[in-house]
Write a protein that binds this ligand. Structure first.
Ligand code: ATP
Ligand code: MG
Length: 356
């Protein structure tokens, strides 16, 4: 029948799998995408032999029974890769075209599904991080209920605990707000001109106390007194603060941290001049496997050990988004037993070149 052929041709133009199932529950028509996923010779097969997932069959049954649209989500594993499909089923009555039954459309929603999964993990992580200080507070309150406030020593101890837990929680909330702000702004590139060398020097100065308490020496080498980049001063300071703080937190005591900032005429992947800001530390180093995941939210290497060091694992995620917003690049490398290098490349203002 010419009409039916036209329908098949039409369906073949659709890149997603599409089936039409007749009232006898057998496949009436299937397009090429459907054959790619479910095999050739689908026509005439019972729908139960094609779809094994009860949710899919239920969706098709409901569409037939109520003659309206129904949707569900299923997954198919092929070559160890999971693909998520959103199935929509709706009844169709086109007897003049020889098509009557239920039309089923499968849309690959794996990308959205992965995002949903990330969102769920994120919420679970945030809740977990917020619960720890709240549990401490509950414990402190319970203990203090039975105490007299005259005991100065106990009071100081608990106030100290409450102070550090409050600081932790404030920091987490601030980091979450920073992350959400920079994500929202990521499409808008900063236009102000700022001096990246001054920003790094400032961050280094603020970290000198922490460095001296760890016996660590910090130095800054720069090819120029000042290097101008289009940037957001506050956000670039956040980048420098986190990289310096990490080098101090995860580097060895009594070691050396070298910061450098240089203006490059060009760099792979950039059109013009580039400012390179680098932090090198001396530490046990980071395994390659972890390096790939460091910028994920809440990712911390060796959670047990990291717990002893203050932090939530949001710092590098914020750094990555800030660098993206500045259309820059972040490069991380490490040598086991030697130390790590965190380098940020930012497009620089062209006229900076002439001032060298
Ligand atoms: N210089 C470094 N040397 C070794 N490991 C590092 C270094 N910088 C980061 N890491 C590892 O990467 C993890 C993630 O770093 P990130 O800055 O995102 O989080 P954090 O420092 O744990 O917490 P936050 O920055 O939110 O306070 C750290 O927990 C640590 O395990
Ligand atoms: Mg950090």
């Amino acid at each position: 029948m010419a009409e039916a052929r036209a329908v098949v041709e039409l369906l073949d133009r659709i890149p997603d799998p599409v089936f039409v199932v007749g009232d006898d529950e057998r496949v009436l028509l299937a397009n090429t995408a459907a054959s790619n996923w479910y095999g050739n010779d689908l026509t005439g097969q019972l729908i139960y032999a094609v779809f094994r997932q009860p949710e899919a069959l239920e969706c098709i049954r409901l569409a037939r029974q109520f003659q309206t649209g129904f949707e569900t989500r299923i997954f198919v594993i092929r070559n160890e890769i999971t693909t998520w499909f959103e199935i929509s089923a709706g009844s169709i009555f086109a007897s003049d075209l020889g098509v009557e039954g239920v039309v089923i459309h499968l849309k690959d929603v794996s990308k959205h599904h992965d995002l949903d999964q990330l969102r769920r993990e994120f919420v679970a992580n945030v809740s977990h991080e917020l619960r720890s200080p709240l549990t401490s507070f509950s414990g402190i309150i319970e203990t203090l209920k039975g105490q007299t406030w005259d005991d100065g020593e106990t009071r100081e101890k608990f106030l100290g605990l409450m102070e550090s837990e409050t600081r932790r929680m404030t920091r987490l909330v601030n980091d979450l707000l920073s992350l959400s702000k920079v994500e929202t702004e990521e499409r808008v590139r900063p236009t102000n001109e700022v001096d990246i060398v001054a920003i790094i020097r400032n961050s280094m100065d603020s970290a000198l106390n922490m460095a001296s308490s760890l016996g660590t020496k910090m130095t800054l080498n720069s090819s120029s007194e000042s290097i101008r980049v289009p940037g957001d001063r506050f956000q670039l300071a956040q980048v420098a603060n986190n990289l310096i703080e990490n080098a101090l937190k995860y580097g060895k005591r009594d070691s050396e941290i070298v910061l450098s900032c240089n203006l490059l005429r060009s760099a792979p992947g950039f059109d013009g001049a580039v400012a390179e800001f680098e932090v090198r530390d001396q530490s046990d180093g980071i395994e390659e496997f972890h390096i790939l995941r460091l910028t994920e939210r809440f990712y911390r290497v060796d959670k047990q050990r990291s717990r002893a060091v203050d932090g939530t694992g949001l710092g590098l995620a914020i750094v990555k988004h800030i660098v993206n917003r500045h259309r820059g690049k972040l490069a991380i490398s490490s040598e086991i037993g030697v130390g790590s290098r965190f380098a940020v490349f930012l497009p620089a203002c062209e006229e900076s070149i002439g001032e060298r």
